[in-house]
Each structure stands twice: as structure tokens, then as C-alpha cells.
Design a protein around this ligand. Sequence first.
Ligand SMILES: Nc1ncnc2c1ncn2[C@@H]1O[C@H](COP(=O)(O)OP(=O)(O)OP(=O)(O)O)[C@@H](O)[C@H]1O
Ligand SMILES: [Mg+2]
Length: 256
Amino acid sequence: MKIAVSGKGGVGKTLLSAFLARAFAAGGNRVIAIDADPDANLGATLGFPDAGKIVPISHLKDLIRQRTGAEETAGGLYFKLNPKVDDLPDDYSVSHDGIRLMVMGEVKKGGSGCYCPENALLNSLMSHLLLGRDDVVIMDMAAGIEHLSRGTAQAVDRLIIVVEPGQASMETALRVKQLARDLGIKELAVVGNKVHGADEEAYIRKGTEGLDMLGVIPYDPGLVDAQMKGLPVIRSQVIKSSVDAIYTKLIAQPIK
Ligand SMILES: Nc1ncnc2c1ncn2[C@@H]1O[C@H](COP(=O)(O)OP(=O)(O)OP(=O)(O)O)[C@@H](O)[C@H]1O
Ligand SMILES: [Mg+2]
């Protein structure tokens, strides 16, 4: 199963991605967690030691030059659009607690789509991860879903949009929904997060009517406490039990 997680800044995309990765790994799956947010913190959330030291793929200039054969000539910049990438998940990932993590870095933006060696490598890698392997992939994205392209988006089995009680995240959800449709992602789902009770849950359910609601995660005050003490948030049992229910629902749904 290939899952992408998106939504407004701060709604809990990384939290959900981390707990989902854990749930799939506990279910006996080979899991690759992909940090596709330029402001990467999935590794830290998953409790990876030295998470801050992982160099994102988009920063590996030598690798990018080598694989794409990028060469500046008098006639312009030449590089391969389909560089070899199938060995990168082994060589450029870190593993911890049964989860393999890859950190992508930022996608360069340009006027009408940026054709540059960095993007050619990232796009080929994304394509390989989504289409060329059978590991479960959980991708933590920013609201812009830049790491997906027309060619790779269709391989996403489910784009989960995280929302919290409040209009701003609902509006972002609608924007992400439109981006997803434009890219050809058919299966959209919603998860409500930071929910303080029945009224807030009802608010989220009403605001996302028409989208597949996978479940809600309560607000856990213990997370703030854990973060202040520098403890990994992945230990929260409150979050774990609600994300485990979401996982159970996800694996019960057929992939179209
Ligand atoms: N259910 C929850 N209960 C309490 N705190 C939460 C909950 N979900 C997320 N948080 C806290 O909210 C903050 C944002 O969560 P997280 O980093 O997962 O969001 P994000 O959508 O990935 O943010 P960003 O857009 O910055 O990547 C974190 O400090 C996290 O611990
Ligand atoms: Mg995040």
C-alpha cells in the first residue's frame, strides 16, 4: 500500500505518518517512511537516533550529478531524465525499529515545472518507490504535495488529508483535494486530529462530508509534556490506539 499524508501546516501530518508507519511495521509489513516535507522531522518523531544528521537526497550534489550525468555545455545543461535509482533505498536510507526512512529534501520550483537534475533524480526515485517495489510506503508531505507528479501520483493508493477543528485546515483540505484530483489521485481520505470531544468531532465530520473519514485522533496533552522533556512522542498510547484503529480501517478497504 502506498499512502501519502498531507494537510495544513501543523495539523499533525508527521504525527499520523509516524504512527501509521509503526502500525504497518507492527503488522509485519516492510515499511519505507518517506519524509517529503522540506522541513523534515519525521525521523525525530519516529525516535530515530541522530535524525537531525540525515542528509536529504536533494542535497547530495555529487550523487545527483553522477546519476543524471548532468553536464553544462555551451548548448545548455544536459542530464538524464531517468537516472538509475533502484539502489538508493538501500544505500541512502536509515533504519530503526523495523522502519526504513528516506528524507527527500525540497523539490525545486520553476515557472512551468522545473527540469533540473535534482528534480529528475527525485522524481525517478519517487517513481521507483511507488511503482517499482512492494514495500508499504508512507509519505509525509507538505500541503503542496510537490513531490508527486502526474506520473507518480496515480500510484498513490490513498492520499490522507489531516484536518483539525477550525476553518483554515478545512480550506487547505479542499485545496489539497483539488490538487490531488488534478494529479489524478482518486482515493482521498480524511483524518481528524487534535480533537477535544464530541462537538469538535462533529464539526470535522460535517466540514469534510463527502470524503472518506478514516477516524479521529484526540488531542493528547501528554505530547506537549513529552516534547518539553525531550521524550519521543511516538510513545503516546492515546495516539497509538486511535491510529491503530485507522490502520485497521485502511487495510480492510480494498485498493482500487
Ligand atoms: N493529537 C495531538 N495531541 C497533541 N498534540 C499534537 C497532536 N497532534 C499533533 N500534535 C502536536 O502538534 C504539533 C504539530 O504536529 P506535526 O508536526 O505532526 O504536524 P505537521 O502537520 O507535520 O506540521 P508541519 O506542517 O510543521 O510539518 C507537534 O508539536 C505535535 O506534537
Ligand atoms: Mg510535519
